[in-house]
Design a protein around this ligand. Structure first.
Ligand code: HEC
Ligand code: HEC
Length: 250
C-alpha cells in the first residue's frame, strides 16, 4: 500500500514536471507573417520559399531541397542566421545565402515559426520510384543499425543518441532527421564529411556550422555506403510515432 502511494506520488510529480513541455511551446516569431513570406516571398529579392521547398514545406528530391515542415523552430532559425552570415553555404542551389541576407532578423524568426507550425504528414522520399528511375539507393535495414547502435569500433555514435528515436529530434539543438528527404540527407552528410578537413570558407561544398564539430566528427567516419544506408532508413521513418504524438515539438 505504502509503495502504491509512493508510486502514484511519483506519477503525479512526473505529470506536473511534464506539463510545460507537453503544452504548446512559445513561438519565436509571428507565424502569420511567416506564412506570407513562405507563400509569396518578399519583394524582388526573396522568392516564395514554397517555390523550392514545396507547398506544405515537404522538400523536393529533384531540387535537393529539405523538408522544413514541423522542423524544430530554433534549428530553422539558426540555419537562417548561419546562411545570412555565410557560416553555412548553400552548396546545392546557391540561393539560400542571398535569401537569408535579404530577410530581416524578425522575418527569419517569423518564417521559422511558420514552417515549424506546418503539420504536413511525414511522407519521406519515394525510394521505389527513385530505384525505378535508375538511382542507386542505400539499404534501409543497414542504416537502421547505424541509427540505433552506431558502430563504436569505427567512432560512429548512434544517431538516435542525439537525434532521438527514428530521428524525430531531441530538443532545440538536435534537428529532426526522420522523414527528411533522401537526396538532402545524403548531401548534408557528405558536406559535413568534407567539412571535417576543409572549412566552408575554402571549399563551398563543405558544411561546418555544427557546434563543436559535433556532426563533422561523426560524418568523417562514414563511408559512401553508410551515408546511403542511413539516408534510406531515415527518409522512411516517421518522426511522429504512436505514443508520441507531439514530437518534435520544441
Ligand atoms: C531557389 C530555391 C530556394 C528557395 C526560394 C528557398 N530555399 Fe531554402 N533551401 C534551398 C536549398 C537547395 C537548400 C539546401 C541547401 C544545402 O544545404 O545545400 C535549402 C535549405 C534551407 C534551410 C536549411 C534546412 C535544414 O534542415 O538545415 C532552411 C531553414 C531554408 N532553406 C529555409 C528557406 C526559407 C525560409 C525560404 C524562403 C524565405 C527558402 N528557404 C527559400 C533552396 C531554396
Ligand atoms: C553527438 C550528437 C550527434 C550525433 C551522435 C549525431 N548528430 Fe547529426 N547533428 C547533430 C547536431 C547538433 C546537428 C545540428 C548542426 C547545426 O546546428 O547546424 C546535427 C545535424 C545533422 C544533420 C543535418 C540536418 C539538417 O536538417 O540539415 C544530419 C543529416 C544529421 N545530423 C545526421 C546524423 C546521422 C545520420 C547521425 C548518425 C550517423 C548523426 N547525425 C549523429 C548532432 C549529432
Amino acid at each position: 500500500m505504502k509503495r502504491l502511494i509512493l508510486i502514484s506520488a511519483a506519477m503525479l510529480l512526473g505529470a506536473s514536471w511534464m506539463a510545460p513541455s507537453a503544452m504548446a511551446e512559445e513561438s519565436i516569431g509571428n507565424p502569420e507573417n511567416g506564412r506570407v513570406i513562405f507563400e509569396n516571398g518578399v519583394g524582388d529579392n526573396v522568392p516564395a520559399c514554397a517555390s523550392c521547398h514545396g507547398a506544405g514545406g515537404l522538400g523536393a528530391d529533384d531540387m535537393g531541397t529539405p523538408r522544413l515542415a514541423y522542423q524544430v523552430q530554433k534549428y530553422i532559425w539558426k540555419q537562417l542566421e548561419d546562411f545570412s552570415t555565410d557560416k553555412r553555404m548553400d552548396n546545392t542551389m546557391y540561393q539560400m545565402n542571398d535569401i537569408a541576407k535579404a530577410l530581416s532578423e524578425e522575418q527569419r524568426r517569423d518564417v521559422a515559426s511558420y514552417v515549424h507550425s506546418l503539420r504536413t504528414p511525414f511522407l519521406g522520399s519515394d525510394l521505389d520510384q527513385m530505384i525505378k528511375d535508375g538511382e542507386e539507393i542505400g539499404t534501409a535495414y543497414k542504416g537502421q543499425i547505424l541509427v540505433e547502435h552506431g558502430i563504436p569500433s569505427r567512432g560512429i555514435s548512434a544517431c538516435m543518441s542525439c537525434h532521438g528515436f527514428h530521428g524525430r529530434s531531441a530538443g532545440n539543438m538536435f534537428p529532426a532527421i526522420g522523414g527528411q528527404r533522401y537526396v538532402y540527407l545524403k548531401h548534408e552528410l557528405e558536406a559535413f564529411r568534407a567539412g571535417h578537413d576543409t572549412p566552408s570558407s575554402e571549399d563551398d561544398a563543405s558544411r561546418d556550422n555544427d557546434p563543436q564539430a559535433i556532426m563533422r566528427n561523426i560524418a568523417v567516419h562514414l563511408t559512401d555506403a553508410d551515408i546511403a544506408n542511413v539516408a534510406a532508413f531515415l527518409t522512411s521513418t516517421r518522426a511522429v510515432t504512436v505514443g508520441n504524438p507531439g514530437a518534435p515539438h520544441r
